[in-house]
Design a protein around this ligand. Structure first.
Ligand SMILES: [Mg+2]
Length: 383
């Protein structure tokens, strides 16, 4: 099998139960902020991917990209998606089209895996691990509710947590920030990993370097694993200064897209941990290159493709194929992760997830479950 032609690419926007993001302009359940992608081929193999943006943009992006992907060889993900990047330079590099290409790229790797009978992780160069610890991502809430939420997910077997967004920093009350983190630490237990995400890529983030430094000092007392997005997403100089001074590791990069955008952040040492989002950054092809470049600088790669079951599946395969990746993000209680596949993700007794070793991403969507969140599925599952 040398050529498998792309016959069509279809998007399925997800909406109806979109989880809150803790954003200052909060997501409503009926908002579409994620879309799944299906790439159909003339060999009867379909690959699936995921995009973190409004489904209407994904549908428009596919229309724009169609002349470039129609008839292309679906067995060559990196070449095909690089062709899409290179030939759309004049339409806003790093924006909607990059997001859409991310979903196409994930789906093409899924196809290559299905066509060769190999898991994507092996096709990326080799498998370093067969299971990985998911950290349960939860929105910040006032301390009492925060403790209850963390305790509920601890009960379900999670041993690593991240709390973020919502009132943290936003309420302009350092005592409240500290009380939330204390409540989460007590509920998680001393043995658990606990990360804190300020979410400073949200609109009009009110703080700067001095707040981030003071807050990092506070977080040291709670032994946090990392402090994420403590500064506005373009504050490169401040990130470099903060990383040098902070007593806790600094993480970021989830809103950056295209490998080229990461160059100054990695070469100048802005992060301890870099978190590209495979469903925005350009897909698995792009994410692998960022992860390896980070590795050369001793910066740990931990993916951010957590928003749907397919984003998580892509992160799991990338985690298998990187030598130092030791966590994946897992959103707590999202129907778009837990409620669209034939088999739900299950934690083992240590709170780890097995990395699937079947062909491709090795995740089977359930069309009946998916129909709850996207009404028009005829073309999505059609060959
Ligand atoms: Mg984050």
């Amino acid at each position: 099998m040398q050529t498998v032609k792309i016959t069509s690419i279809v998007a399925a926007p997800l909406f109806g139960e979109s989880p809150k993001g803790g954003w200052s302009a909060e997501i409503k359940p009926e908002d579409s902020i994620h879309a799944l992608i299906a790439v159909h081929t003339d060999a009867g193999i379909t690959g699936y991917g995921s995009v973190f943006t409004d489904g209407r943009l994904v549908q428009a992006g596919l229309e724009v990209l169609k002349p470039l992907f129609a008839g292309e060889n679906a067995l060559e993900p990196e070449r095909v998606t690089e062709k899409l990047h290179q030939n759309t330079f004049w339409m806003g590099r790093g924006g909607t089209l990059t997001h859409v290409i991310s979903g196409i790229d994930i789906a093409l790797w899924d196809i290559l895996g299905k066509a060769t009978g190999q898991p994507v992780g092996r096709l990326l160069g080799g498998i370093y691990r067969r299971r990985i610890q998911p950290y349960c991502s939860l929105l910040m809430e006032e301390p009492g509710r925060m403790a209850e939420t963390v305790a509920a997910f601890r009960q379900r077997g999670f041993r690593a947590f991240k709390i973020g967004w919502g009132p943290f920093g936003r309420a302009l009350d350092p005592k409240l920030d500290e009380a939330i983190v204390r409540a989460a630490r007590e509920a998680a237990g001393d043995e658990a990993k606990l990360c804190v995400d300020a979410g400073a890529s949200d609109a009009h983030w009110p703080h700067g370097l001095k707040w981030a430094l003071r807050t990092a000092e506070m977080l040291r007392d709670f032994a946090v694993t990392w402090f994420e997005e403590p500064l506005r997403p373009d504050a490169l100089e401040d990130y470099c200064a903060l990383r040098r001074a902070s007593p806790v590791p600094i993480a970021g990069g989830e809103v950056l897209t295209r490998r080229q955008s990461f160059l100054p952040w990695l070469t100048r040492g802005a992060f301890d941990i870099v978190q590209p989002d495979v469903t925005k950054v350009g897909g698995i092809s792009e994410q692998r290159r960022i992860a390896w470049l980070a590795d050369e600088f001793g910066i740990k790669y931990i993916g951010h493709g957590w928003n749907t079951a397919l984003g998580l599946a892509a992160d799991l395969q990338l985690a298998a194929a990187m030598p130092h990746c030791d966590l994946v993000e897992f959103i707590g209680g999202s129907p778009y992760v837990d409620g669209i596949t034939a088999r739900p993700f299950e934690l083992d007794e240590d709170g780890f997830l097995a990395i699937p070793e079947g062909p491709g991403l090795s995740v089977a969507l359930d069309s009946e479950k998916l129909a709850r969140f996207t009404p028009e599925l005829k073309l999505f599952f059609a060959q």
